[in-house]
Design a protein around this ligand. Structure first.
Ligand SMILES: Cc1cc2nc3c(=O)[nH]c(=O)nc-3n(C[C@H](O)[C@H](O)[C@H](O)COP(=O)(O)OP(=O)(O)OC[C@H]3O[C@@H](n4cnc5c(N)ncnc54)[C@H](O)[C@@H]3O)c2cc1C
Length: 407
């Protein structure tokens, strides 16, 4: 009987295991995770899991009963520490060894560390359920939360902390927030929303010396200010978990390098989710996004079964802050021009076109989830490699559905 092994018990690994069964695989499946929990969803960790200090269970991808019914063997609290490609076996920290015919690396990513806060009691990162539980205990009114890094996770945390009554300061070394992934016009709206909720947002501000004291820490800022924090959270990005791949001699290039079939430089080993970099429209990219983890997990499993299908899904990402949602389909980097569709005072979409007029990406901002349908339609246009007329994109009177080609 065939042995398929998945390393990484996160969103991607769990989806891949379930998809293998959906596609009729009847061999053994072993899913190896180093965390103590069954696979769970990470997006709620910076949203609803921070809203209360009452301890909560993770939002599991599926229940333990479902894994059992589908004959998926789950290993928790045991890390894969070695990979022998010649004997096709994985060594676990517990001393156990697991053989594979096909292997999927779904090892995810880990927060980029700030060495100057190493070992400090009041400094945290946010990646795991246990991190979120620990932070949610500390988000008690009266404290001062300082967040280093105005990326998605830092800003979602800022929103939750303000709603729980804390003073919040966000420090960003770059000239504006969400510099990496969000167009300036939308970042400006997000910035204004946070300030309206009382967050102090300091851009162009880096952190020098950090001194720990019993009740918190003092941060020396590049603007000369000394800032006291009761809790410090570092949110300066994430790095792909490539240690096993590197040790096994697989190609690594800003993530475990895979081809369009999500296959690594060893044909028996696939990689998917946050940990891998893959070809997309002539570039090699790596995404840290829930749906990418979900889709790539299912796609890799089909290819482990021999489908050899290229992965060509349009990237999609969302972030919720206060009552608003930001959604981005496609990748705006490389866009030659942008057109704005202002749907109402609180709702807008930016369409990003390449120099050949092709739609590359759409970035939407709205209260609640009202933008979802239009972003879905934009995603379909991007997948069709459509070249819609800019004036049609900019006019709320033109339905995006009418721009889709029917063929
Ligand atoms: C707080 C937070 C909020 C987020 N919010 C959003 C959002 O709003 N929208 C969005 O699109 N995306 C969001 N994301 C991103 C999304 O959750 C990730 O892209 C997704 O979880 C990636 O799934 P993954 O399975 O590839 O990696 P992970 O979820 O990181 O799972 C990888 C797992 O593998 C384990 N592992 C690693 N190495 C080993 C090893 N050697 N042996 C055994 N186990 C190992 C890790 O411990 C981990 O449990 C958020 C992420 C975080 C952290």
């Amino acid at each position: 009987m065939q042995e398929f092994v998945i390393i990484g018990g996160g969103q991607c690994g769990a989806r891949a295991a379930l998809a293998l069964r959906d596609q009729g695989f009847d061999g053994h499946i072993t899913l190896i995770g180093e965390e103590r929990h069954l696979p769970y969803e990470r997006p709620p960790l910076s949203k609803k899991h921070l809203m209360s200090s009452v301890e909560s269970e993770p939002s599991f991808v599926v229940s333990s009963e479902t894994f059992a019914e589908r004959s998926i063997a789950i290993v928790t609290s045991d890390a894969a520490v070695g990979l022998d490609r010649e004997s096709r076996s994985v060594q676990l920290a517990s001393g156990r060894s697991v053989s594979y015919d096909k292997l999927l690396l779904a090892t995810g990513s880990t927060p980029r560390k700030l060495p100057s806060v190493e070992g400090m009691d009041h400094a945290f990162y946010l990646r795991t359920h246990d991190d979120a539980q620990c932070l949610s205990q500390r988000l008690v009114a009266g404290g001062h939360l300082v967040i280093i890094g105005a990326g998605f996770i830092g800003l979602e945390l800022a929103a939750a902390a303000r709603q729980r009554g804390l003073d919040v300061t966000v420090l960003e070394a770059l000239p504006r927030i969400l510099m990496r992934a969000v167009p300036e016009a939308i970042a400006a709206l997000v910035h204004a929303l946070h300030e309206a909720h009382g967050v102090r947002l300091l851009c162009n501000t880096s952190v020098g010396t950090i001194e720990a004291h019993t009740a918190g820490m003092s941060l020396a800022l590049s603007n000369g200010e000394i800032l006291d924090a009761t809790t410090l959270v570092v949110g300066i990005g994430a790095e792909p978990r490539c240690e096993l791949a590197r040790q096994a001699g697989l190609a690594v290039e800003n993530g475990i390098a895979v081809n369009t079939a999500l296959q690594t430089s060893d044909p028996a080993i696939f990689a998917a989710g946050d940990c891998c970099s893959f070809p997309y429209q002539g570039k090699r990219i790596r995404l840290e996004a829930w749906r990418n983890a979900q889709d790539q997990g299912a796609h890799a499993s089909a290819n482990m079964l021999g489908a050899e299908a290229p992965y060509e899904v349009v990237p999609w990402f969302w972030s919720d802050q206060y009552d608003f949602s930001l959604q981005i389909a496609g990748l705006a980097s490389g866009a030659a021009c942008t057109f704005r569709r202002q749907i109402d005072e609180e709702t807008m979409i930016l369409f990003h076109l390449g120099d050949d007029q092709r739609l590359l990406a759409a970035s939407g901002w709205a209260r609640g989830n009202t933008i979802a349908r239009d972003i879905k339609l934009a995603e379909m246009l991007i997948a069709q490699r459509a070249k819609p007329a800019p004036e049609a994109l900019a006019s709320p009177a033109v339905s995006l559905k009418s721009l889709l080609s029917r063929s």
